[in-house]
Ligand binder design. Structure first.
Ligand SMILES: [Zn+2]
Length: 147
């Protein structure tokens, strides 16, 4: 899977997992970017501006600016986030479980997801499965997502 780059002079510093984008309203991968702008005088950099932080949607590239404190929290929490590839595999596995035609009630759906999550935890860390599962539950209960 390719996570697109974003902006000029922007550097991806962490993968943030799957979440809902306020721009395109899709659920997709997010990355944390930092940017630093320099002021140049006759091509000589004279000042380094403050660093800016953005959470960027992989689908539409919409960027939400974050404070340094918010970025620090996300950066710290990103250790509990699986790699983009693992997140994708866990997400697809949950999707496959949830798309079972024989499911009739939301309760049955959640029971199936719980069972699938338990199975996934034998292959992935509990933190990683929980992280993707909570985003997935957000996704399937999201009334506002594009169909
Ligand atoms: Zn988006």
């Amino acid at each position: 899977m390719i996570l697109a780059g974003w902006g000029r002079g922007a550097r991806a510093i962490a993968y943030l997992g799957i979440g809902k984008c306020q721009g395109c309203r899709n659920w997709d991968h997010f990355q944390l970017f930092e940017t630093q702008r320099r002021v140049t005088l006759y091509f000589v950099p004279v000042a380094k501006f403050a660093t800016h932080y953005y959470a960027v949607c992989n689908c539409c590239q919409a960027a939400v600016e974050l404070s340094k404190a918010e970025a620090d929290v996300l950066l710290r929490d990103s250790v509990a986030v699986p790699s983009p590839d693992d997140a994708e595999v866990i997400w697809q596995s949950l999707m496959e479980a949830a798309c079972d035609e024989s499911l009739e009630t939301p309760e049955q759906g959640f029971a199936v997801l719980e069972a699938r999550a338990k199975e996934l935890k034998t292959r992935y860390s509990d933190d990683h499965v929980e992280q993707v599962l909570s985003a997935f539950v957000g996704y399937i209960t999201d009334e506002d997502r594009p169909r």
